[in-house]
Design a protein around this ligand. Structure first.
Ligand code: GDP
Length: 444
């Protein structure tokens, strides 16, 4: 969902990290880039301004205090600010009222309101063991009430019987009455949408609100609509009042800055995310997770930090070029081992890399410490030039000779060759990430 912003910020922090120290000027330059990146990610201008100002204030202040590892510090501050802006905790639906608790569903036509109502009903039923009644107040689209009934049947919750000719407010009152009489915990009221905000719609929704006094008024917005979603949220919040936001089509949104701005301009929490068409495609909103995704940080960031500090740039570039050509041989492995030694062991480095579970496991099992690294170095140095270039030629007799020459055993040699094969495999995987991905992960 946030790939665009992630990539952009990744580039910026990459540039930052290549410098020795981070001056105030650098902070300013980085924040200009952050600002552009956020705007390109469809974050609303007021939110961007507030964000950048907040980060700047903290960054400069902290630099005076500590003045160490500034790149890392800026990332941390940007991350913390994103979390703050997105809302610190994951908030679930508030049901703290005497049942039946009215939950009003709001939003434009096509935003995913009806689907989301069914998704929430299913969630409340399965997770909280609530008895939920679904009611469609959409009297405009002839099939709307039927559509909700079909969905209600699908998720196994009750729906209000359809009585033709009633107004939305009449249906809402009847739903609440049914809820009371039949002992429902929650009554979900799915209002009619429009193609755009209009006064008639707002008046209708306000009337329903006043008749039912909802505990939650959840606005459903389509994340794909970016800035428009923010306008919709502002309008609904000002004219009807909302208690939370559900963003749908997160599965399809490439920019996702709307999440940031929506939270900022309405001050209302994003409570849930719709991540697909199926009735169970609904997720809780975790600000730290989203912020982490935006920055692509977490473990990868620590890895880049570590790698940038220790890896010899030229050697790394050479290795990257080789890997691009697909020609990773034992000489390369040797130079890689030198780098690893400087980085405090392979376990430490690979432990930071995501998506390499199998290799990580093997390395851990191999218990790679300094002595192992030394032994491996000795094994490779006992090979001929040709053997290092073409490890395929390493048959049993050659392996015996190498073991003798390096003062190790054939089993040690076999292990090293196996490890070389695993690494080549890993390099191929890394190659798929592309040159840029590699650089960012500090392995180039
Ligand atoms: P409403 O007019 O606001 O009630 O919208 P609907 O609930 O009828 O949804 C419109 C379309 O969006 C339907 O085809 C849904 O299946 C689809 N939809 C709803 N939520 C999501 C979502 O989170 N992801 C995806 N990919 N599609 C969704």
């Amino acid at each position: 969902m946030f790939e665009g912003l992630t990539g952009r910020l990744g580039d910026i922090f990459d540039r930052l990290r290549r410098r020795g120290a981070l001056s105030e000027e650098d902070v300013g330059a980085a924040l200009r880039e952050v600002r552009i990146a956020l705007l390109e990610a469809d974050v609303a201008l007021p939110a961007v301004k507030a964000f950048v100002a907040g980060v700047k204030e903290k960054a400069v202040g902290q630099e005076v205090l500590r003045g160490i590892n500034p790149g890392h510090m800026v990332i941390k501050i940007v991350h913390d600010h994103l979390v703050e802006l997105l809302g610190e905790t994951s908030e679930e639906i508030n049901l703290s009222a005497t049942p039946p608790v009215p939950v009003l569903m709001l939003g434009l036509q096509g935003s995913g309101k009806t689907t989301t109502s069914a998704k929430i009903a299913l969630r409340l039923k399965t997770r909280e063991k609530k008895k939920v009644l679904l009611a469609s107040l959409d009297t405009r689209r002839p099939a709307a009430q039927e559509q909700l009934k079909v969905l209600a049947d699908q998720v196994g919750v009750a729906s209000l019987p359809i009585i033709p000719g009633q107004t939305p407010v009449q249906i809402a009152r009847r739903a609440m009455e049914t809820g009371r009489l039949e002992g429902f915990d929650v009554v979900m009221l799915d209002t009619a949408g429009r193609l755009a905000i209009d006064d008639e719609l707002m008046a209708e929704v306000v009337e329903i609100r006043d008749a039912t006094k909802p505990v939650e008024s959840l606005l459903v917005v389509d994340a794909m609509t970016g800035q428009d979603a923010v306008t919709v949220a502002t309008n609904f919040n000002e004219r009807v009042g909302i208690t939370g936001i559900v963003m749908t089509r997160i599965d399809g949104d490439a920019r996702g800055g709307a999440a940031l701005s929506m939270r900022y301009v309405t001050g209302k929490p994003i409570k849930l995310l719709g991540v697909g068409e199926k009735v169970d495609a609904l997720e809780s909103f975790h600000p730290d997770r989203i912020a982490g995704r935006i920055l692509g940080m977490g473990d990868v960031v620590s890895l880049v930090e570590k790698a940038a500090e220790t890896i010899d740039r030229e050697e790394a570039e050479k290795l990257a070029r080789k890997m691009e050509k697909g020609g990773f041989d034992l000489d390369d492995m040797l130079s890689h081992l030198h780098q690893i030694k400087r980085m405090g062991g392979m376990g430490g480095m690979l432990g930071l890399l995501p998506g390499l579970g199998k290799v990580k496991e093997q390395i851990k099992n191999a218990n790679l410490d300094e002595t192992v690294l030394k032994r491996q170095e000795a094994i490779i140095l006992s090979m001929t030039k040709q053997e290092r270039k073409k490890p395929d030629v390493l048959n049993a007799s050659r392996r015996r000779r190498i073991a003798q020459g390096s003062g190790t055993t054939v089993a040690d040699v076999n292990r090293l060759i196996k490890q070389y094969q695993d690494m080549s495999e890993m390099m191929k995987k890394m190659k798929k990430l592309g040159r840029k991905g590699l650089m960012r992960q500090g392995l180039s």
